[in-house]
Design a binder for this molecule. Structure first.
Ligand code: WT7
Length: 658
């Protein structure tokens, strides 16, 4: 450890609470503590404040309709268009020259889109999609990496009232097919390839493989040419080159389609307890006002800021806080195509310095990697433009929080640790940066208007200082409306644990454990279902298991998350070989291959442990907790309730020896 690090440890280690600097508070979008009470007393009308961030074609009649709870409806009767809110209104207000998207490719090339430029390209692509036959309510799948055509396609869909379903580019062909099938999606926008650590990756091959697995007719595929001559690819009959199509519509104008507030804006698939991904449905009015409101109140974004969220648009963070929230506020949103350590480990800080980034939002896993690489990388750059820092995706350990605070924020920027989910649409638990004391490791109180509680198994609030389950007892505008074409599963997954349907009391259960302190600050501990969080990415252990048992030679498998220094959690596989098959490197390779093929590199197993048996209770349930402890190197608890306690030491010995 360097002297400077020792110094930081000594000075910051003890400090448990941090106040936002006066200079920040003075300029903060929200700095009046009374906002919590104001929202509470004036609920649900308080949410008009979120709706007011948007421009409506038709005013809404009611803020909230709860007649058919938990199928809540927000801003009913209102009409609006999301792309008009993110583009046209800024142009009409004379801010067309403001930069909307500042894109940087991995190889260093840049593309700058002003609001004028972005509107123009969105209209051209909307005209293209319409010409291909895309109509209101058709689901368009976007399988694109971090290139400007992704937000352009999203906004073009929104303009037409066609919901998009973005599939993370790192997902496998199988994952693409599953999502297109589930959404009956007949249109795909993808690209030839993209760069990763300087290498050109073939993406169209994966897209084509996925298309082969789609069980209905796909009418058109639009292919963005990202790599030029670098990658030869041919297009089949229903596949079109993006540039060729758009060129035909140069200068086209497409009127934004007025959508009902409750009309679907997009679908986003996420992992759950079962093997089948859930199609989370978000709407136009509630989602967009919530994304805009939280961008304003929590990220403190203003139109003249340069703001950078380093997530991938393929996840909800990128939807809400690279595209919809920031653009609704008319700010400059930075978009980076590549990896944080390419070509060097200072790439992020180079981008911050070059663009004078004011606000930076990233994930704890990235911060832990920066920390491991060392403070010398940020030190090479002038980061003084930064005013606010944020984190999202998983719990942040206090050490990483303090490193971020000191080495990136120079002890001058508040940090917002924002807890939320794909399903919540936007942030739910975090301090407001101009108001709240920050406590490293604890996200903070629920946002104004959000009724977050920590309860015991019976649904009673726990006393402060205790741990329990996180619930949300009142609806909010950004909430998912249902799981696509599966209302039953929606109720079962989120509303069955703590609700009392007989008395029409509905409680949302996010499947997270948490504890609460005397000040009402919530520390989120992690998932209590079979979902693990690898580098801030949500993975269903069942999904991974079903990929593994599909591998020839594997009889049974259990997948758990084990602690990992940088990733937070990593995938550990315990597998039983089928009779007649040998465990060993070859089978291990095929297990890994099976996971990559069915999900993608994000789910790549850290370790595959072969065992003749899995630890099971007398009733035959796999003791996952025990497998987690083994993977994490924790002390093992009582194994006496097992049917086969002897197996535990065998497995543990194997993990140790690796
Ligand atoms: C799960 C949701 C929200 C966008 C990214 C992930 C965990 C998220 C935090 C945080 C502790 C967090 C929870 C949650 N999580 N943010 N600040 N502190 N845990 O979205 O893929 O839907 O995953 O991520 O476990 O349930 P997601």
């Amino acid at each position: 450890m360097t002297d400077e690090n020792v110094d930081l440890e000594v000075r910051l280690e003890e400090q448990e609470a941090f106040e936002p600097p006066e200079s920040f508070v003075e300029q903060a979008n929200v700095s009046d503590e009374g906002i919590y009470e104001e929202f509470e007393e004036n609920w649900p009308e308080c949410w008009e404040r979120a709706a007011d961030m948007l421009e409506w074609d038709e005013e809404y009649d009611d803020v909230l309709v709860d007649d058919d709870a938990p199928f809540y409806e927000w801003f009913t009767g209102g009409q609006l268009n999301a792309s008009a809110n993110c583009l046209d209104r800024h142009v009409e207000a004379g801010r067309g020259d403001n930069v909307a998207i500042e894109w940087e490719g991995e190889l260093g090339e840049t593309r700058t889109y002003t609001y004028d430029d972005l509107l123009e390209e969105v209209e051209e692509f909307a005209a293209t999609l319409r010409d291909l036959g895309v109509e209101e309510d058709d689901v368009v799948t976007l399988y694109l990496p971090m290139i400007p055509e992704l937000p352009i396609a999203m906004l073009a869909c929104a303009r037409l009232g066609a919901p998009h379903s973005v599939v993370f580019a790192g997902f496998s062909a199988d994952a693409l097919a599953t999502r297109m099938n589930s959404a009956d999606s007949e249109y795909l926008v993808t690209c030839d390839g993209y760069y990763r650590r300087g290498d050109a990756l073939d993406h169209i091959e994966k897209a084509n493989e996925g298309l082969a697995g789609v069980d209905h007719e796909v009418s058109d595929v639009v292919v963005v040419d990202r790599l030029g001559d670098e990658l030869e690819h041919s297009l089949s009959d229903n596949q079109h080159d993006y540039d060729d199509l758009v060129a035909e519509y140069a200068g086209a104008s497409v009127e934004p389609v007025s959508r009902d507030a409750e009309d679907m804006l997009f679908l986003m698939y996420t992992s759950g307890t079962t093997g089948k991904p859930k199609g989370v449905k978000h709407t136009t009015g509630g989602y967009l006002s919530y994304a805009a409101w939280t961008s304003h109140a929590v990220l403190d974004i203003e139109a003249d800021d340069t703001y950078w969220c380093s997530a991938d648009i393929g996840w909800i963070t990128g939807h809400s806080y690279i595209v919809y929230g920031p653009l609704a506020l008319g700010t400059t949103s930075v978009m980076y195509e590549g990896t944080p350590d390419y070509p060097e480990k200072d790439r992020m800080w180079e981008i911050v310095e070059k663009n004078d980034v004011d606000i930076f939002y990233t994930a704890p896993t990235a911060i832990r990697a920066f920390m491991k690489w060392g403070a010398e990388y940020p030190q090479e750059h002038d980061l003084s433009s930064l005013r606010l820092l944020g984190t999202v995706g998983e719990p942040i350990n206090p050490r990483a929080w303090k490193w971020y605070y000191k080495h990136i924020g120079n002890e001058e920027c508040p940090i917002v640790d924002t807890w939320w989910q794909t399903e919540t649409g936007g942030m739910m638990i975090t301090t407001l940066p101009g108001i709240g004391t920050m406590k490293p490791g604890s996200a903070g109180p629920p946002l104004p208007g959000i009724d977050g509680r920590i309860v015991d198994v019976d649904g009673n609030r726990v006393e402060s200082g205790n741990a329990g389950y996180l619930t949300v007892d009142q609806p909010w505008p950004g909430m998912l409306r249902t799981l696509y074409q599966n209302d039953d599963r929606f109720i079962e997954e989120y509303w069955s644990e703590y609700s009392d349907p007989d008395s029409d009391e509905w409680v949302y259960f996010p499947e997270d454990g948490a504890k609460i302190d005397d000040d009402g600050y919530i520390t989120v501990l992690g998932r209590v279902d079979d979902v693990i969080n690898v580098s801030g990415h949500r993975l269903g252990t069942m999904e991974i298991e079903s990929a593994i048992v599909g591998v020839e030679g594997v009889a049974e498998a259990a997948v758990v998350g084990g602690d990992h220094e940088v990733k937070g959690e990593a995938v550990y596989v315990y597998a039983i070989t089928e009779d007649g098959y040998e465990e060993g490197d070859e089978l291990e390779e095929r297990v890994v291959e099976g996971v990559l093929e069915s999900i993608g590199p994000i789910a790549k197993p850290e370790e595959v442990i072969f065992t003749p048996e899995l630890p099971k209770t007398r009733s035959g349930k796999i003791m996952r907790r025990l497998l987690e402890d083994i993977a994490s190197g924790n002390e093992l608890g009582n194994t006496s309730t097992l049917r086969n306690p002897e197996i535990v030491d065998d497995i543990a010995a194997q993990v140790d020896s690796d």
